[in-house]
Structure formats: structure tokens, C-alpha cells
Design a protein around this ligand. Sequence first.
Ligand code: HEM
Length: 398
Amino acid sequence: MAEPVSMPHNQRPAGCPFRPGPDLVDLHRDPVLHRVPVPNSQLGVVDAVLVTRDADARAVLSDPRYEVGFAFDPDRAGPRSVMNQPGVLLNYDGDEHLRYRRMQGGAFTMKRIRSLSGVIEKIVDEHLDAVQSAGPGVDLIPTFAEPLPLIVICELLGAPQEDRAEILARSSVASSVDTTLEVQQDNFAAMTDYMAGLVAAHRREPGDNILGDLVRRHGAELSDDELIGMGLDVLVAGHGTLSGMIGTSVLALLTHPDQLAVLRDDESASGSAVEELLRWLAVAPPLIRRANADLVLDEQRVDAGEYVVVSTLMANQGVALTPPADELDLRRKPLPHLAFGYGKHQCVGQQLARLELRLALTGLLRRFPDLRLAVPFEDVEYRTESLVFGVRSLPVAW
Ligand code: HEM
């Protein structure tokens, strides 16, 4: 039996980025639920019950007794941090969560998302022009995978495009597990200041975007502080995840040419192809909860106050699933997956994420049907400091 792994960094072994590491697979095969150390930017390192099986993951994520807002206290003294910022959805459980979620979810309407489709296609095209002019050898991360979601976030918040560099820097620090608490606090203070400016601008004149919609529809019942929290949700949750998914999806396709051909040769397969990539890559960090009572999970005891951590990567690629789920297969009928979480906290931006991914990947392969890696696979660098799995640098040629 392998020693407990530390999450999330040891989920994927170095040099083999797509599969859960052998120690994690061992823990998954073991019927006993193990406790593993989990580094957390706010809590330090905590021990948590590791959940890797799909059924256990769904049981935890749909049971309100496994709480997510355990660290949140709006009256907590000290500087603003994610632990005392109102309006951030993952700070709330139960009815309070439902109230904010209805408002925020209501702003992510299909109409709003569809209206972004043309904007996204245009951004994809412009960035592919720049990639083409830069020529073979260009790094696809700073030229394509990062700016695309950033520009969309600016659109969602009504933020000036010139602020992209600041948003990128802030959201990267927020997702980093490689910083001190002071750095996180300074970064959070700067993000809240920035968002306060946007909220004030929308209070004066609500824009035609998601933050503007929230002010128009719910401005009277929400404080500035709550609106700031909701804006921060979009800024932090919508960037690293998507840039991570775009970069790792391209790498997965380039290293599986038969799969790349499926998407390149039949764009009508793009919906199910993106679903399979989301499932197989599972870029989001392991999801953490805390039991608020003595509970039983998979016939084993979880004590009140214990943390639980769900590896969506391992659950999505679970070795016991049928058909075999550890292979990437873009032709398959989409398998249910946990890439966007499950239950009441399931990702509020998932339809937008699917649209961005579909347009980014089909646009890329239409422009560069012979796309290939410009460096050996072993030399590809990963975002090892980030909570969200991603590629740091991806030089390509065609
Ligand atoms: C491929 C891209 C994305 C992935 C893989 C992803 C993944 C996730 C996951 C796993 C959760 C659940 C967290 C938990 O239960 O602890 C979540 C929640 C959330 N996501 Fe996403 N996400 C993506 C894109 C986005 C985008 C584009 C936005 C907004 C612009 C967004 C906003 C949110 C918010 C606000 C929540 C909290 C929902 C709640 O607590 O009710 N995400 N996301």
C-alpha cells in the first residue's frame, strides 16, 4: 500500500501529466478511505479524507452536511480575504448560498452566453492571426490560451481591455499554492480595490454585461461588498480554469493525433469532444468540504469536523468504470463527469466554458490543420505552482 499522497500536487506524476499517479490509483483501488495532507492557501496544510470514487464523490458533493463555507466568517477581524469576503459563492451553504446563486446564475443566461459567441469567435480569429504572424515555434499559452479567457472576463465584467495584464497577474497569484499568506492577502486587497472601482462604475451606469445585469436586477438588495464578491468569483474562477483547459486540451490533442483528427475532420463532433476533454483532463483542483456531523461514507466513518477532499481527476478516470474511462476517446458518447463539480455548487460558468473551449479548439484546428508540438513532449512545462492544472509553455509549429 502506497503512503498517503499530498494533494493536489501529486495527483499527476511529473512527465506523465494526463493520468493520476500510481500512488493515487493505489488509494483509489483500496476500499479503505485514507486521510491525506492537503495544502490550502488559507488553512495551511490540513488532513482530509480522500475521495476518489465517482459514487462517493457524488454522495459528498450532494450532501449539505459536507459544508463548503466552513472557513467563512464575515465578522472575522483583519484584512479582507476570501475567508471574510461576502458574495463569493463558495463561501456559503444552504439557503444563503441559494440566494446568491440564484442571482449570479440568473446573470449567466443562455441569451447572454450566446450573445458572446460572435465576440469569442472574433477574439479567437484575431489571436490566431497573431499566432500565424509570429510563425512556427510560437508559444500558444501567452498568445492564445491565456488572453482568450481574459478578454471574455473583461467582457463579462465590463472591464477595460487595458486591465488584462493586471487581471492575469491577480488571478494567477490567487490560484497559486506557492505564495505566503501575506502575498495572498495583498493580492486579495488589490483585487477587491479593483473590483470596487468596477462596481462603482456599474452603480453609476450599469453596463450590458454580467456585472451590469446583477446591478440592474439586484442592486437594491446587494451591498457593494457583496457585488464585489460576485465580481471576484468571475475574475478568479473564470480564468485559470479555462486557460488551463485550453492549453492542456491542445497538448492532449497534439499527443493523440488520432483524437486530433476526430475534431479537425468533423466539427459537428466538437460538443462531445469538448465534454470528453473536460472529463479526462479534470483541471480543477480537488474539491474540499468539511463534515458538520458524524457521518458514514462508503460504510466508513467520517467524524464531525473532518475535512474531505474529492479528486475529480481520479473519479473521472476511475479504473472500475465501464467502458474504461482512463482512455481519451473523443468519439465516445459523453460519459457523466465531475469536471464542473456536482450538486448545488456545480460550476455557474460551465456553459460559457464549453462555448469558449469549443470555439477555441475548432478555430485553432481549422486554421492549423497540421498543428504539431515544436518541442519534444518531455520538454513541455506545466503550471506546477497553480491549484488548477495547466501548461506553462506550449511551443507549436505547422
Ligand atoms: C473549464 C473551465 C472551468 C472549470 C473546469 C470549472 C470548474 C469548477 C468546479 C469544479 C466548481 C465546483 C467547486 C466546488 O464544488 O468546490 C466550479 C464552481 C464555480 N465556477 Fe467554474 N469552472 C470553469 C469555468 C468557470 C467560468 C468561466 C466561470 C465564470 C465566469 C466559473 C465560475 C464558477 C463559480 C462562481 C463557481 C462557484 C459556484 C457555487 O459555489 O455555487 N467557472 N467551477
